[in-house]
Design a protein around this ligand. Structure first.
Ligand SMILES: *[C@@H]1O[C@H](CO)[C@@H](O)[C@H](O)[C@H]1NC(C)=O
Ligand SMILES: *[C@@H]1O[C@H](CO)[C@@H](O)[C@H](O)[C@H]1NC(C)=O
Ligand SMILES: *[C@@H]1O[C@H](CO)[C@@H](O)[C@H](O)[C@H]1NC(C)=O
Ligand SMILES: *[C@@H]1O[C@H](CO)[C@@H](O)[C@H](O)[C@H]1NC(C)=O
Ligand SMILES: [Cu+2]
Length: 814
């Protein structure tokens, strides 16, 4: 019966409950009334101003509930997303800057750069470029002391396949917008470079051709599909993992696992036991070599060997029927199953009765007492800078450093799938967010532009970030004293917050990164995973690594990891790191007990100054609970207590890979849930885009930040936070993993930083008290601090469906 109820996509604002003609009529009425509403709006503004002025601190309960619904007020003149005339230090490269950097570099004779339309493995070409974050000291001198603005520069990564000894060269190019210098700042082994389009496309083509010609019949018999001329039963190759020199034991080789799968929604959930390890070490794709072949749980050294043994009947033949490619396919994301609710009523939405309460200028955001800058690193993802509360800087930089996911399997393609995701350019994998699902409909969306190796024009992403104020529906605080004689009162306030969100899709997983600003001075960082699990074929040894979820399918165990840099500057850059341990203590209780020599057990706090980097690299010990606090020793409360911020980690998991083994050295940041190091310009980030390949000799080795064991007391400190979650897939991970319960977070909480909760100043509060404490029936005084109880208005229309129909490339890549 449910089969019949196939959804028609809902167009525009027409709900199916409503007759379309009514909707049209309604729309027309709205249009005709637009002018009237505009006049009304102005009248309402005037009225509200008068009301607000009159009732600023008084108790008059607001009776101004509009008898007719009015359109919500617009104050969008707070929002100007264009780059400012003078670009501030953290503003991402503009399109014009990206063009001028290219033009400058193309004429450098020593670089011999190929243009994007003619790049190849054995040529020199620009892989990526993005803003070079200016030196901190110069930037602070500009921000705080009115010093000169730091020079704008770009960080450019060039692949030098043209050199006799190929290498990756990283340059700092400046000054923008008219560059005249390029300084080589790092070279990295060519073997460790991120996966390139040449390798991916050439590898896929080579395999498609060779496999079809040599073992096309095996593919057809085993999987009911074909690589070429395949109609409705196409199969294809996709590269799933990289086999680093550490994994292959071959220090000079670069190898990729290609995986055969049916072309259906979604391939990762349809693993075939047909894998090819391709050696792509050569800069010339004609020289790519098949290293080994995996079929039916066995290894073969060539397609020929597989062919001979298959045809001689020496091996067990796989038989997996081609999937029925319809909307009920278990791996597809179509509405199905038991449909609910009976009538599809729209869910609750948020609206902003008097317009936005935040402002954005370029990429500078202000909200309540907060202000900060936001940018999107093409390689490493979202970054916030210069986070201030009440004009005092709390964090200089709060940025995602890397995302990693390490799989476990018997299948070689998945066993070696240990991704350090900046290999895939996290920021440039952010695609347009969809209002109503990814972000609330009332969000403001920020775009991003990336340079990509295959195009001169920057790649434009329309909705890379959403910014929205959100009523969490939870009190920030509340108290009701109902029976306390002469002190009856209620006071409370909703935890209404501002969130900056971005979502990067890296192959199969979608990572949601949120930065949330609370009105009490707290900042929350959340990393959540959703998307498709990686699966393998069901062979017995695979059962150690996951549950059997479908006939031929195992969902493989894996570990998600996120690393963030938190460069807190509490009252300046000279900071201390102090832990406050909760330790057991037995106190003399003879005074209060009749027992001789009585003792009483309780806990006491033990403050401890963490002096050096090795001591500040923390592995959580459940037996030693402690607070982690950061402050400037020169700034204390009236009572001598340091005005600190506290890092509260709510997203840790134990990393189970032994240190120094396998791929682990590339993510040495994951050894510690929290590490604190002294700020250094050459320790800007904990990870690098080489991390998937470089475990033998990491290009960025975070452990070295710690090993020099510098003193951190009264220094500029940087905190590195690692969050993680073990994921053992289960049936409900089909078709994709829901976010619920997979959110990891950490908080920066004020800790004796303010004299009291700064949210006491918020007009979002509600206080109720009896006019006469002795007789509540004499009436109540209700304080709403200028905010009417009933702020009803018609939310402004959203036009996402129309917009995306008109401009499909704002969602999908061409
Ligand atoms: C570069 O590679 C291409 C294709 O792989 C090849 O045709 C060409 O000869 C190579 N050029 C040099 C200089 O090796
Ligand atoms: C415990 O406190 C009592 C009363 O103050 C005192 O007489 C006694 O000496 C104390 N015992 C110890 C072991 O300190
Ligand atoms: C780091 O330095 C401190 C202070 O000098 C010392 O106590 C500690 O043992 C050192 N740690 C290591 C691992 O060298
Ligand atoms: C309380 O106030 C109500 C209303 O003003 C009045 O009717 C009632 O008598 C009062 N009760 C007492 C105990 O004073
Ligand atoms: Cu997962």
């Amino acid at each position: 019966m449910e089969e019949e109820q196939v959804e028609k996509p809902i167009n525009g604002h027409e709900f199916r409950m409503e007759e379309p003609t009514n909707t049209e009529k309604y729309k027309r009425i709205i249009k005709i009334g637009a002018f009237v509403i505009l006049v009304l709006c102005i009248a309402v503004v005037v009225l509200l101003i008068v009301l607000v002025v009159q009732s600023s601190q008084d108790s008059k309960p607001s009776t101004k509930s509009a008898s007719k619904m009015e359109s919500c007020l617009s104050r969008d003149n707070n929002i100007n997303l264009d780059p400012p005339e003078v670009l501030p230090p953290f503003h991402d490269l503009t399109k014009d800057e990206i063009f001028s950097i290219q033009e400058f570099l193309y004429i450098q004779p020593d670089l011999k750069l190929a243009r994007p339309d003619s790049i190849a493995g054995n040529k020199s070409y620009i892989f990526t470029m993005e803003l070079e974050i200016p030196k901190k000291a110069e930037t602070l001198n500009f921000l705080d002391n009115g010093g000169p603005a730091p020079v704008r520069e770009a960080h450019v990564v060039v692949f030098r396949g043209d050199k006799p000894e190929p290498a990756v060269e990283e340059f700092v190019v400046g000054p923008l917008p008219n560059p005249n210098y390029k300084n080589l700042v790092r070279t990295a082994p060519f073997l460790y470079r991120p996966l390139t389009a040449t390798e991916y496309i050439a590898g896929t083509l080579i395999l498609t051709h060779q496999v079809q010609v040599l073992v096309g019949n095996i593919i057809q018999e085993s999987y009911g599909g074909s690589l070429m001329e395949c109609g409705n039963t196409c199969v294809a190759f996709q590269t799933i993992s990289s086999m680093s020199p550490v994994s292959s034991g071959d220090q000079k080789a670069r190898k990729l696992w290609f995986w055969l799968h049916p072309v259906v929604e979604f391939s990762i959930s349809h693993p075939y036991d047909f894998l090819i390890l391709l050696d792509v070490t050569s800069t010339k794709w004609e020289e790519y070599l098949i290293d080994s072949v995996y079929y039916g749980g066995q290894k073969f050294s060539s397609l020929n060997e597989l062919k001979i043994r298959y045809e001689s009947g020496a091996i067990k033949k796989t038989r997996i029927p081609y999937p029925v490619n319809d909307r009920n396919l278990y791996s597809s994301m179509n509405r199905r199953g038991k449909l609910f609710p009976e009538v599809p009523l729209p869910p609750p939405r948020e609206f902003e009765p008097m317009g936005k309460r935040y402002s954005i200028n370029g990429r500078h955001i202000r909200y309540m007492n907060w202000d900060f800058d936001v940018r999107l690193s093409s390689t490493y993802g979202p970054q916030l800078f210069d986070i201030k509360h009440g004009d005092k800087r709390i964090v200089y930089e709060l940025s995602l450093q890397d995302i990693a996911v390490f799989y476990s399997a018997d299948s070689p393609a998945v066993r070696f799938a240990d991704y350090v995701d900046s290999i895939g350019s996290i920021g440039s994998k952010v695609r347009s967010l969809v209002p109503g699902a990814d972000c609330p409909t009332h969000s403001t969306f920020l775009s991003a532009d990336h340079f990509t190796e295959y195009k001169n024009d920057p790649f434009h992403v329309e909705r890379a970030f959403c910014v929205f104020e959100h009523n969490t529906g939870k009190p920030l605080r509340r108290h009701l004293t109902s029976s306390d004689g002469k002190n009856k009162f209620y006071e409370g306030m909703a935890d209404t917050v501002l969130t900056i969100r971005t979502i990067a899709t890296i192959l199969n997983y979608d990572y949601i990164i949120d930065f949330t600003f609370h009105q009490n001075g707290a900042v929350e960082v959340t990393a959540t995973s959703t998307g498709y699990i990686v699966t393998t074929n069901h062979f017995l040894p695979e059962e150690d690594y996951g549950f059997r979820l479908r006939d031929q399918l195992i969902g493989n165990l894996h570990f998600h990891l996120f690393n963030f840099k938190v460069d807190m500057d509490i009252h300046g850059t000279s900071n201390r790191f102090e832990t406050i341990e909760v330790v057991p203590v037995e106190v003399n209780n003879t005074l209060w007990s009749s027992t001789d020599g009585a003792l009483y057990s309780q806990t006491k706090m033990a403050r401890h100054q963490v002096q050096t980097e090795t001591e500040a690299a923390m592995k959580y010990n459940f037996d030693k609970p402690k607070y982690l606090t950061f402050y400037n020793d020169g700034t204390k409360s009236d009572f001598g207590v340091p005005r600190a911020y506290r890092l509260f980690h709510r997203g840790m998991a134990k990393q189970m890979f032994p240190e120094g083994k396998g791929q682990e050295p590339s993510i040495s940041w994951a050894r510690y849930q929290v590490a604190v190091t002294k700020y250094k310009e050459n320790e800007k980030r904990s990870s690098s885009m080489y991390g998937t390949w470089d475990a033998a000799d990491p290009v960025v080795n975070f452990q070295k930040f710690i090993d020099d064991n510098e003193t951190i007391t009264d220094e500029d400190q940087v905190v590195w936070v690692t969050m993680g979650v073990h994921h053992i897939p289960h049936m409900e991970d089909f078709p994709v993993t829901p976010t619920v319960g997979l959110d990891l977070s950490f908080f920066l909480l004020p800790y004796n930083y303010f004299d009291e909760d700064p949210a006491m100043g918020s007009s979002d509060a509600i206080r109720i008290e009896p006019k006469n404490q002795n007789n509540i029936t004499e009436g109540l005084t209700i304080f709403r601090y200028g905010i009417p109880e009933n702020s009803q208005c018609v939310p402004r229309e959203t036009n996402f469906d129309e917009d995306v129909q008109r401009n499909p490339s704002s969602l999908f890549d061409q």
